[in-house]
Structures are given as C-alpha cells and as structure tokens.
Design a protein around this ligand. Structure first.
Ligand code: AMP
Length: 427
C-alpha cells in the first residue's frame, strides 16, 4: 500500500470506531455523574480572543509557548483554546448567570507540545467549574465528583493528592520564602528550574528533575504559612472528604502555578501510569479570573480531567473497554436489495440495530457480512420468499434452526429469536 499524500499532522489523531464509541461513552458517563449533582453543560467555542487565555497567566508554558494563535481574516488575534476554565469564566462575565453557576464541559483543547504517549496536540478533557460560591463543602463536592467519575469508569488505582495554597497573602509570604530558599542554593538547581524561579518560584516545586529533588525536599512548606481562615477551610475540606470515605494524601508540593489559585488544590494520579505522565487531571479554587475578564469579583473552583490519559489508565486496569458496536440483525437479500431496504427500515423502527449488504452480492458473501457484523439474527429473502410472501429468519448463534415465516410476522419472529439468543448468551 503506498503512503497517502496526506496524514494527520503530528499530535493529532483520527479516533475511529470502535474506539470513538468508547470516547462517547466516556463523555456520557461523565455527564451522568455530574448532572446527578445539578451541573449543566456549557459548550464554549473552540476559539477565543487570545487575551482570554493570556489572563490565565503568561508564566505558564501553556500560554507562553504552546498556544495555537493566529490573526484571523478580520485582523483579530485569536487562539484555539488550550483549556476551558478561561472560556467558562469569560462566559460567566459575559452572561452573568445566577450563582452558584455549576457547569461542566467536554471536548478538545489544543496545545503545541511535543507529542508522546499520553500527550497530544489535540486532546480531550472533561471538567466542571462552579462560580460564585466560596464554601469548603463545595470543594468537597467537586473533588468527590471527579473521584466518583473514576469509580464509574471502573478505575480502582487512582490516588487523590490534596493541598492548600492558603489565602493570597499567605501564598505571597510563602512565595517570598521559597524564593529566598532557592536563591540561597542556586547551585543545587537545574538550569531549567533557575529560569522558572525567576518567573514563578512556586512552579519550581513542580519540577520532576532529579537534580532539583533534594532542594525541593528541603524547601519551606506552605502549611507553615496558613492564616486561621485558610487553615479552617482546609480542615473542613479534609473532614468532608473523610465523611464521604474518600481517601486522600496531603502533598504540599502540589501548587498549580497559576496566580489565581488559592486555598484548595488537588490532583488525581493514575496508579499504573509512568510517574512523569501520571496526572489524570486536577483542579483547585481560584479567584480573580472572572474579574480579570471583565466580570465581578467571583470565587471559582473546578477541575479538568484528561480523557486520553484516563483511558490509558483504564487499559492498564483492564476496565472500561470499547463497547461492542455489533448490530442485532443483518438482512441478506439475494433479489436485488429493494426488499432489504424495507425490511431494515421496519426492523430499525421496531428498535433493532440492523445492517444489510449492498451491491447485490452472492449469498455466501452476504452471509460473511452477517458474521462480521456480530448480529444475532439474519433475515434472508430471495425471489422465492418474495413470491411466497415470506422471509427466512436464521439464528446465527446456538443450535436453533432457521424458520420461514409470513412476511407480516417478521418483527414478531425476530423478537422471539433475539430473546432466545440473548438468553443463551447470558446463560
Ligand atoms: P492541565 O489542564 O494542564 O492541568 O491538564 C489536566 C489534564 O489534562 C492532565 O492531567 C492530562 O490528563 C490532560 N492533558 C493535559 N495536556 C495534555 C496533552 N497535551 N495531551 C493529553 N492530555 C493532556
């Protein structure tokens, strides 16, 4: 086979059946978990004014290096969304819905990253955001929803890491202490982390480089900087998670580098994944983002979960497999195909997933199609049946014999055979 002239560009993939059915089920499972808690779906556009994303913070690679931005034909500087929190906050500022505003989203984001396993340039996330409520039990609700979703997929080896960044003033004092700690020991930091330090000392804690490990381990801990309010909020979050029986580990290095984050931050890690890429998703409480996008001061909290990496974790744990996309019935028509058209329509109308052959192939070739389709029942018509006003209904599994029935009994007979076949399958 010669290589076609065009292929997907790096980091972009076609999601083909049956994997695409798994993606859709992933999103619908997420929707049912969060809709049960009163969240409604928001569908923001894939593209926004560049400024919307720049508000997330220029200190992040996502914004400073990885954005797909361009000037459109009208001279607007726009970008494909690298994440959806900023779009949700922009939408809140634009539409001013009643609070608390509880929304969820699902769909693709774009980041110009180096493609590798679990890291793509177009990747899907699902997530929730709640705007307009500042309550530790809301933090618990949000964290618990992510946890419950992983359970619904069947994942058992997810770890929940939890931290609090304190109030903005606590955080500012902490950042100063961190800066002093790292600056006093610059020789112990990797080149990359030294650059990070100049931009955002918190992000140095995210470094997974071995050279940095020792200094990070010796760095001051945010926990020593909490105000009474921040400590109380964090305590309540932990209490709530314990009440719900959700296990968590405190990790003071979990900082999420964006300036807007305060108080609660969290991350879900896949127990089976390689440690450099084991974050399935994460989130936290943020302030100021809505305000910077032209809205009123509004507290927010949310999370985003990566679909791709979560599915890799599912593969590792052998759960949430691609669903069976087989049909129920396959129609074989050796008399030209017009009968198959009507019969298929009738069976679909009756609720049976039905496929058929085209191009008036031989009986043998059509029966092969029936086998490949995974159908439990074949309905066969040829000119004899048409003349006699009958159809042949043939069970494709088990020992049952085929039967010839009046055309009018088609749906009743197929129903009968389907029920028998399903009984045998589950026996
Ligand atoms: P972030 O928005 O960077 O906090 O990412 C949240 C989650 O999205 C991560 O934990 C990953 O599961 C997923 N994710 C982020 N970037 C990518 C990417 N380039 N490819 C695949 N998944 C990604």
């Amino acid at each position: 086979m010669s290589t076609p002239a065009f292929q997907t560009s790096p980091g972009m993939r076609d999601i083909l059946p049956p994997e695409s059915a798994r993606w859709r089920r992933f999103q619908s499972t997420f929707a049912s978990v969060v809709e049960a808690a009163g969240y409604g779906e928001i569908m923001p556009p894939l593209m926004e004014d560049l400024g919307v994303f720049q508000r997330i913070g220029d200190a992040t690679d996502v914004v400073s290096k990885e954005m797909y931005d361009f000037v459109d034909k009208g001279g607007r500087h726009v970008a494909l969304r690298p994440e959806q929190t900023a779009s949700v906050c922009r939408a809140f500022a634009q539409h001013r819905p009643l609070t608390p505003w509880k929304v969820y989203y699902a769909g693709p984001n774009f980041r110009y990253e180096k493609p590798q396993r679990g890291r793509y340039r177009q990747f899907d996330q699902v997530g929730v955001e709640v705007l307009g409520a500042d309550d530790p039990y809301l933090d618990v609700e949000v964290i618990a929803l992510g946890w419950e979703f992983f359970r619904a997929l069947g994942l058992r080896q997810v770890r929940l890491l939890l931290n609090s960044l304190g109030e903005p003033e606590d955080r500012a004092r902490y950042v100063q202490a961190l800066r002093e700690h790292f600056e006093a020991n610059l020789d112990g930091l990797s080149e990359v982390s030294r650059t990070t330090l100049a931009k955002n000392p918190l992000r140095v804690l995210d470094s997974k480089r071995r050279e940095d490990a020792e200094l990070i381990a010796a760095a001051p801990r945010i926990a020593s900087f909490y105000s009474i309010d921040a400590a109380g909020h964090f305590e309540a979050v932990q209490q709530g998670l314990t009440d719900l029986g959700i296990p968590f580990e405190i990790d003071n290095t979990l900082v999420r580098g964006l300036d807007y984050y305060r108080r609660t931050t969290f991350e879900y890690q896949g127990g089976t994944l390689d440690s450099a890429q084991n974050a399935l998703g994460g989130g936290g409480r943020y302030d100021g983002l809505v305000e910077s996008l032209g809205g009123p001061p509004t507290p927010g909290i949310g999370f985003a979960l990566g679909l791709d990496r979560t599915l890799l974790a599912c593969d590792d744990e052998g759960v949430f497999e691609a669903p069976d996309v087989s049909v129920d019935v396959y129609v074989v028509d050796t008399a030209g195909g017009r009968q198959a058209l009507q019969i298929s329509a009738e069976l679909r109308e009756a609720g049976f997933a039905t496929d058929r052959a085209f191009e008036n192939r031989s009986m043998k070739s059509q029966m092969k199609g029936a086998d490949r389709s995974g159908a439990l029942v074949a309905v066969i018509v040829g000119s004899n049946e048409i003349d006699a006003g009958t159809v042949v209904v043939r069970p494709l599994r088990g020992e049952d014999l085929q039967r010839t029935v009046p055309r009018d009994d088609l749906v009743a007979e197929v129903t009968k055979v389907m029920i028998e076949s399903l009984k045998e399958e589950t026996a």
